[in-house]
Design a protein around this ligand. Structure first.
Ligand SMILES: NC(=O)c1ccc[n+]([C@@H]2O[C@H](COP(=O)([O-])OP(=O)(O)OC[C@H]3O[C@@H](n4cnc5c(N)ncnc54)[C@H](OP(=O)(O)O)[C@@H]3O)[C@@H](O)[C@H]2O)c1
Length: 284
């Protein structure tokens, strides 16, 4: 920065010398060599005006180096920036000290908020599903297999709870299942269901309806699982260890989001034509 300033001054000095030499040359050119001897402006020789014009340019140069550049040049800008930065630094330091003082209170309130959330979130929204190795869950609005222990487990887990389902899954039952509150999701404004069956027009509304249940279950089908998987806290899946032809599938379980916490294998036998495992996942 200093080098730039001294270069400017050096250039100004050269300008001054050239100006002096030039002025002498103009005087000699007119008075001794007789160049433009007859040419006068307001009764004065032309070199007087030429020297004055040059002097004016020189003064502009002086002004530029000592005034404009000093107050608005790069060095001045840098100086202002440094001042501003040191002020901001002082402010940051002040905020840091204040934050240190406040940190214990903030920590306390965070713990308090977490506790509050835990109190507020008392229900565990659980997906229950049976899916093949290729995630197949249904074909032609029917289940693909008959696994008696899986049905028993479904009954045991869901009894006395809300079971949330899509309209198509509801229609795949011959009649509503006993000892469970059915919440059926449909976009049809006047969808008719038997007495006791709650009909809602969105998944969010279904979850809201079941909010006082400690463990409401999402029981399918494909469309509803797809929408519910990001909202659920738990998945109870019966993984049937075969691949099936199907038209409805369960979404992929993302193991970066879900953690397996239980896995019970079941062999093939007279009542079960496929091997399967009861697997429980919870959200990490
Ligand atoms: N393996 C298993 O564990 C399992 C479990 C359950 C079902 N299943 C199988 O899955 C199949 C049925 O699944 P699916 O995907 O075809 O149908 P679904 O999910 O049972 O129901 C779809 C219907 O739900 C309603 N719906 C969906 N999203 C909605 C939203 N955001 N708002 C309002 N309404 C909404 C619509 O009803 P409207 O058309 O009336 O508007 C839609 O047609 C069957 O094959 C069944 O056997 C398998």
């Amino acid at each position: 920065m200093l080098k730039v300033a001294s270069n400017k001054k050096k250039r100004l000095y050269y300008h001054f010398v050239v100006f002096l030499v030039g002025a002498v040359f103009l005087i000699i050119a007119n008075t001794v060599l007789g160049i433009g001897k007859e040419f006068q402006i307001f009764g004065k020789e032309w070199f007087v005006f030429a020297i004055l014009a040059w002097l004016f340019l020189f003064l502009i140069h002086v002004f530029n180096v000592f005034i404009t550049n000093r107050f608005m040049g790069k060095a001045w800008e840098q100086q202002q920036m440094e001042k501003l930065m040191s002020k901001q630094q002082a402010r940051i330091e002040k905020i840091k000290t204040e934050l240190k003082k406040e940190a214990p209170h903030i920590a306390e309130s965070e713990i308090y908020n977490e506790e509050l959330k835990a109190i507020e979130k008392t229900s565990e929204l659980t997906i229950i599903v049976a899916a093949g190795e290729n995630d197949a869950i249904g074909k032609d609005n029917k289940l693909i297999w008959h696994l008696s222990d899986d049905l028993k487990r479904f009954k045991k887990l869901t009894s006395e709870h809300h079971i949330i389902m899509g309209r198509k899954t509801f229609e795949s039952f011959p009649k509503p299942l006993p000892n469970r509150t059915h919440v059926v999701i449909s976009r049809q404004p006047s969808y008719q269901a038997p007495d006791g069956v709650i009909v809602v027009n969105s998944l969010e509304r279904a979850i809201e309806v079941a909010k006082n249940d400690v463990q409401p279950f999402i029981i399918g089908g494909g469309q509803i699982y797809q929408q519910a998987i990001s909202l659920a806290d738990k998945i109870e899946i019966t993984r049937v260890h075969s691949e099936f032809e199907a038209d409805t599938f369960f979404p992929k379980i993302d193991l970066s989001i879900w953690k397996e916490i239980d896995n019970v294998f079941h062999k093939k036998d007279s009542e079960h034509e496929h091997e399967f495992s009861f697997i429980t996942y919870i959200k990490k």
